[in-house]
Design a protein around this ligand. Structure first.
Ligand SMILES: Nc1nc2c(ncn2[C@@H]2O[C@H](COP(=O)(O)OP(=O)(O)OP(=O)(O)O)[C@@H](O)[C@H]2O)c(=O)[nH]1
Length: 331
């Protein structure tokens, strides 16, 4: 609940609506008001279903829409059947709608709900036409606008925090945590849709010498420049990650297996030609590997890492391709 804001709002809105409605199921039937009882029962079942669906890892967007639609239908029905109780539920309904749904859908659904509840309330005499109904609509719209502002701000902050947590502070490249997550997604996409993925591990050659000769700040600048160069060199579809220290990973999406070594060779040559630490050219060694059918991300990385090790041992500033089959032992 703390980690997932929408799940928290969904659970609170559905949970409190459920607690509010459930006693009335028994009450309505005991009073012989079967129509109202059936409406309350239907709403309770939908709300319970939404909570169970969301907590079992189901699609939170679908659960949110179902929650909002059930609560809105409930509000309108309860206003029709029980009067003021339904009208007062408009405020949590509007808040939940704005927090749970995207802006366009939230504005549309909240407007329809407010208009429908106001119409039913006037029709049944719960609200008098004129000033009372105008006040109801005005306060509901205000609640909606404030909720929308709050929800938009929370969404922006959340997106910013997620982005910060996924990036390396020095270079701005995606970090190892993001890489692990996305390699896993690549493995799943490969299993489901046979999308071809390749990865390259790049390690700067003799980077210690850059730090020792030109200082740590110059070393940092090399890392920043390398990421900018890589990001400019790969397609939008591909991603650059800083794995740690002076090691980087490029994930190639929808790449042909025979093309991978050539792409890596292009990156290596470009780095050698364009990247400098002080006046010295910077070179990288690269190990690359295509994801094999049925392989997990750990084995994929290990094969690329073993190829990188071979590139280092063979004299550096070169590309080595991973062998297929079981991963070789990394250094
Ligand atoms: N400036 C800077 N240096 C870093 C950073 N992270 C790691 N390093 C340095 O990277 C160097 C890596 O050294 P080694 O592992 O010996 O590798 P190398 O000198 O590149 O040699 P080879 O990889 O064998 O070619 C160390 O000196 C680390 O201090 C960083 O964020 N900034």
């Amino acid at each position: 609940m703390r980690a997932d804001f929408r799940l928290a709002v969904l659970t609170l809105l559905c949970g409190s609506a459920l607690l509010g409605v459930l006693p009335f199921v028994w009450f309505r039937f005991s009073q012989g008001q079967s129509a109202a009882g059936i409406v309350d029962l239907g709403i309770s079942v939908v709300l319970l279903g939404v909570i169970v669906h969301a907590w079992r890892g189901g699609n939170i967007d679908t659960a949110s829409r179902a929650c909002v639609l059930a609560t809105a239908a409930g509000c309108i029905a309860v206003t029709w059947l029980a009067g003021m109780a339904g009208v007062l539920w408009t405020y949590p309904l509007v808040l939940g709608t704005c927090v749970l749904l995207g802006r366009g859908l939230a504005i549309a659904l909240a407007s329809v709900s407010i208009a429908a509840i106001a119409t039913v309330a006037v029709h049944t005499g719960v609200l008098l036409p004129g000033s009372p109904v105008v006040m109801f609509v005005a306060t509901s719209v205000l609640a909606g606008v404030l909720s929308l502002l709050f929800a938009e701000r929370a969404r922006m902050q959340h997106a910013k925090l997620e982005d910060l947590a996924a990036r390396d502070a020095l270079t701005g490249a995606l970090n190892r945590r993001a890489m692990n997550r996305e390699l896993q997604l690549a493995v799943e996409a490969n299993q489901r849709h046979a999308t071809a993925f390749g990865l390259a591990i790049l390690d700067i050659d003799h980077f210690k010498r850059v730090n020792d000769s030109h200082g740590h700040e110059a070393g940092d600048q090399v890392l920043v420049d390398l990421v900018a160069l890589l990001q400019g060199a790969v397609r939008k579809l591909d991603q650059v990650y800083r794995m740690g220290g002076e090691e980087f990973v490029v994930l190639f999406t929808a790449v042909d297996a025979p093309a991978l070594p050539g792409l890596c060779e292009g990156l290596r040559a470009r780095i050698e030609a364009q990247l400098h630490g002080g006046d010295d050219p910077i070179t990288v060694s690269i190990g690359c590997a295509m994801l094999q059918r049925g392989e997990d991300s750990g084995s994929w990385l290990a094969r690329a890492d073993a190829a990188l090790y071979r590139a280092k041992r063979a004299g550096r500033n070169r590309v080595e391709q991973a062998t297929a089959g079981a991963p070789a032992q990394p250094a």
